[in-house]
Design a protein around this ligand. Sequence first.
Ligand code: AVJ
Length: 328
Amino acid sequence: MDRILEDVVEVRSHLGPDDERTLADDVLDGLTRPLKELPPKHFYDARGSELFDAICELPEYYQTRTERSILEAHADDIVARTGAVELVELGSGSATKTRVLLDAMQEAGTLARYVPVDVSASTVHAVAELLADEYAGLSVYGLVADFERHLEYLPEDVGPRLMAFLGGTIGNFPPGSRRRFLRSLGKRLGADGYLLLGTDLVKEPRVIEAAYNDSAGVTAQFNLNVLHVLNRELEADFDVEAFEHVAFFDREREWIEMRLRAREPQHVRVEALDLEVDFASREELRTEISAKFTRERLRGDLAAAGLELVELFTDPDELFALSLARPA
Ligand code: AVJ
């Protein structure tokens, strides 16, 4: 690292030995239920993150590029309204969208600090150094942490905070924990902070389903990759080829479900857990829900979390939304 950067970049890690247990606990809980289930966060090993990046480039997967276009159109407005001096970004990942906001803050002359939060230490270090180098005078406080459990480690705000939770990842939370999580974000906004929340919107099911059943089969690989994660991390012996990718829009709940369906009966051993799991023919394992929102649902969820919807930005086709909210 540059000598100069050492003064402006600080990275703290709050992941401990307990965090390795979450995969084991999730697998033990999830695979012994009558309706088998795994939380989507285990998709993202190195290969899974690569596959997700590839998904974002797919013609059918409109979310990423639409969210970016909304940000580009409204970043100045967002910065002007919030007076934000710092950007806290949950699940920072690759910094393309981050730059749009940081550019607007720099132009407004308010940019002071960037706080990326991610479970991947290498991601946080890389993005911290890159951006501290790119933006003169920017101080970076990186947090290697699980934003579902470690928000208490966020530093005190240094002025009006903009907390960004982009990409539509809030859709992975089932309705109850979604509201609980939003409430926990609200508590970390500081005195005059705002939340910037990205959500996919309800639309024609055909369009939504195509985004999770792409013709190149990348989403299928992404879904199946979680079985490779279990094979490697927990010494399981899933025959990955024996499962197929399933994704459909549940019209009543207004969410996408991704599942892995056993093509024929399967017996799986998870060595590290001393666990044996059986799948009947065509039995499904749910691997993700991805909720789609209406304005009413957004307003309702935010209100239930003690937040007031200040402005909702969307694209001309109303595919995706960026909500700006503050404590009510
Ligand atoms: C990262 C949770 C927003 O739900 O669209 C993409 C993950 N899953 N394709 C989404 C995902 C299948 C994505 N999120």
